[in-house]
Each structure stands twice: as C-alpha cells, then as structure tokens.
Ligand binder design. Structure first.
Ligand code: NAI
Ligand code: MG
Length: 360
C-alpha cells in the first residue's frame, strides 16, 4: 500500500529523535514494499508559537485530515511557553478533534536493560495498557465558587458515556483475544468512586459477554498499581479510564528501565481520522541539543504506526516485527545512549537500527 505520513518533530529532543524514527520506518517500509509519502511539519511547536503567537495555523485540521497517520516527536519548551498552552494547543487538540479514543502503550522488559524491579527477567514484563483517551476524569466541566474566601468550593465533574466506555472496552477485549494469553484486567475503583466505577464495571461485564474466550478480572486501581511492581508477570492487557490509564502508563514503562524506550499510539480505530504515534517521553529540555537522546521510543512508535496502517497484518506487521527485532538486537550488542549507560549518539543508534532492519 501507499500511505501519507505527517511528521511533526515538535520541540527539544522531538526534533532529534524524529529523523531517526523516519530513517528506520523508511528502511522497514522499503524492505517490505510499503510506500510512504512523508511530509515534515514545523508547526505544533514552541518555535512556531514564538513566531505566530499560537501553536498551530487555524486550518491545521484541514491540513491533517487527509493524512493516514501523524508521527509525532514531543512538544513543550517551558522556558518560553507554559506547558498547558503548548500541550492543549497541539497534542490534546489532535487527540480530541481526531477522536483518538484509544491510547495504547506496550510495556516490555528487554534483555540488556536492567529493570528497577529486582530480579525481573525479560519475558516477565510484557503487557499492553489500553487507556481511554477522550473522556472520564479529564474534562473542563466544573468550577470554583466563592474563590478566595473561607467558603471556597470547587467541583470538577468526571464524564463517562456508554458509547465511550463500550468502545474502549471492546477494543481491549479484541486486543486481548488476539494475544496468546487472552487475559484482560479492568482497572476500577468501585469501592470508592461509588457511582461511576460500579457503572464502569457493569459495562465491562456487558461487553465481556461477547468475549467468553477472554479471561477478565477487575482490580481496584490501588492494588493494581502495587501489582505492577510486585507481580508484573500477571498482566497481559490492562484497560483503564483516562486518569487511571495515564498513571498506569507511566508506572508500567518505569518498571522496564528507561523512558527512552516507551512508545505509544493514539488511535481512531475506525480510521475516520488520522491516528497519532509518539514516544511516551517529552521534549527533555535538560538534554535537548546534545544529540544524546535515545531514539528507540520514537522508532518503536513508528513500528506501531506501520502495523496499524496495514491493519495488523501483512507487510506492516512484518515491518513492525523487523523493527522490534532490530531494537532488541541493538540492545543486546549495539551502541547505547547515555540513559542505557552508553556513550552513543542519537544518530549512531538510529543508523544502527536502520541497518539491522534493512539487512538482518
Ligand atoms: P521528559 O520526558 O521530557 O523528560 C523526563 C526525563 O527523562 C528527563 O531527565 C529527560 O532527559 C529524560 N528523557 C526523556 N526522554 C528521553 C530519551 N529519549 N532519551 C534519554 N533520556 C530521556 O519529561 P518532562 O521533563 O516532564 O517534560 C519536558 C517537556 O516535555 C515539558 O514541556 C512537558 O510538557 C513536555 N512533555 C511532552 C509530552 C508529549 O509531547 N507527549 C509528554 C511529556 C512531557
Ligand atoms: Mg502522562
């Protein structure tokens, strides 16, 4: 197939890891006969903001609507633009306007990367977090009354819809069904959040009736977090509402060594709008410009992009698997960036992975 990709490097190390991501994605596409039209976009960045007073041009949605995927670095440069302005002015607009209601984050421990969890071996941490990405606890419904007085009162609503819950739960069940272990853990807190969470549990039961072949269990978010640390080998697919999923999807990758490895996908599974693929990490101003950022999270996100573009089958799946194999191989005996205890540059690692993808 032939696909149009919009590459948005963004800020800081986003601008350093994006070219390595594209290098590897192109190498894999070439090897497996996928054609990509890559378009580099300089807006959705704090540099653009400095010149234009906003993060994106007014017609951004029109300009992106026709692409097959957005390959995104990271946005944020807090020295010049406050984080809520840069994030809400770009990434969060993409997620909401393009209805990217699935945020998918694989968590895997690789050989050659020490886990901060003592004694954990590769294979013992290998699960997938499915986070609801558009509703739930993250809303602007609410307000503050009597501000500045003793009677100050603040309300912030959580909003869940049946459509919103059912679609993320169905996606999670489908995903679990396609994996070897066929296990789904539903994050809940129905003992404390006594209206919304028992309802969420019922949605899970209802949707789950269509998936008798998937073993589902529900766990309260507090003990679930503890088990991410104590018994990570118990998990296969984990589904959670927006806030719980946000927290779990930083905790999970943290147990696997470096944030420089963790990828993510923001999906509109119906493909009415483009989906977005990005590393979990941000723009890392503390190391930006040094050429030492680990490009692996960006590269792995690119592998997820190719997989999604071809519906998890055929050439895109093969390209995905080849990229993952090359990352694993470089982690075993290739150059390493500083976060992994080495001295290699972003470019060294990107080139090495691209070479191993092209000629395994
Ligand atoms: P961060 O992820 O940018 O950095 C956290 C720490 O991890 C830093 O010490 C950094 O050097 C290190 N690090 C991150 N990625 C790395 C990589 N690829 N290789 C080696 N080391 C890496 O998070 P932080 O500092 O909280 O945020 C910095 C900026 O990024 C802020 O403006 C924030 O809003 C933005 N941000 C943007 C995100 C996005 O675009 N999706 C996500 C998270 C933060
Ligand atoms: Mg987060």
């Amino acid at each position: 197939g032939r696909f149009r990709i919009a590459v948005i490097p963004g800020d800081g190390i986003g601008k350093e890891v994006a070219p390595e991501g594209v290098r590897v994605v192109q190498a894999a596409a070439h090897r497996f006969g996928i054609e990509l039209d890559v378009e580099w976009i300089e807006w959705a960045s704090c540099d653009w903001y400095a010149a234009h007073g906003e993060m994106m041009p007014d017609d951004w949605k029109h300009r992106l609507q026709g692409v097959d995927a957005i390959y995104f670095g990271a946005v944020g440069w807090p020295a010049t633009v406050p984080d809520h302005v840069s994030l809400w002015g770009s990434l969060l607009k993409f997620r909401r306007e393009f209805d990217q209601y699935i945020n998918l984050r694989p968590v895997r421990l690789f050989e050659g990367v020490p886990s901060p969890l003592a004694g954990r071996r590769p294979g013992e941490i290998d699960y997938l977090i499915v986070r609801e990405n558009t509703e739930g606890e993250y809303t602007s419904a609410g307000g503050i009354l009597f501000e500045g007085t003793e009677r100050e009162l603040v309300v912030q609503e959580s909003i869940y819809t049946r459509i919103g819950a059912d679609r993320v739960l169905s996606f999670a069940f489908e995903t679990a069904r396609a994996r070897a272990r066929r296990r789904l853990t539903v994050a809940t807190k129905s003992n404390g959040v006594a209206i919304a969470m028992p309802w969420w549990d019922r949605r899970a039961d209802d949707v789950g009736r269509r998936y008798p072949d998937v073993a589902m269990d529900k766990q309260h978010i507090d003990i679930l977090s503890a088990r991410f640390v104590l018994q990570p080998d118990r998990f296969d697919v984990v589904v959670a509402t927006n806030l719980f999923g946000d927290i779990l999807s930083d905790l999970g990758p943290a147990t696997t060594g470096t944030i420089g490895l963790a990828p993510s996908a923001n999906l509109n599974p119906e493909r009415k709008h483009p989906s977005l693929f990005e590393p979990v990490h941000g723009s890392a101003p503390d190391i930006a410009g040094l050429g030492v950022a680990n490009p692996m999270a960006m590269i792995w996100s690119g592998a997820m992009m190719l997989d999604f573009l071809t519906h998890g089958t055929g050439a895109g799946r093969a390209a995905h698997d080849a990229i993952l194999a090359a990352i694993e191989s470089v982690l075993r005996d290739g150059p390493r960036t500083r976060d992994l205890g080495g001295w290699a540059s972003t470019l060294d690692v990107g080139r090495e992975i691209a070479e191993r993808v092209a000629e395994p």
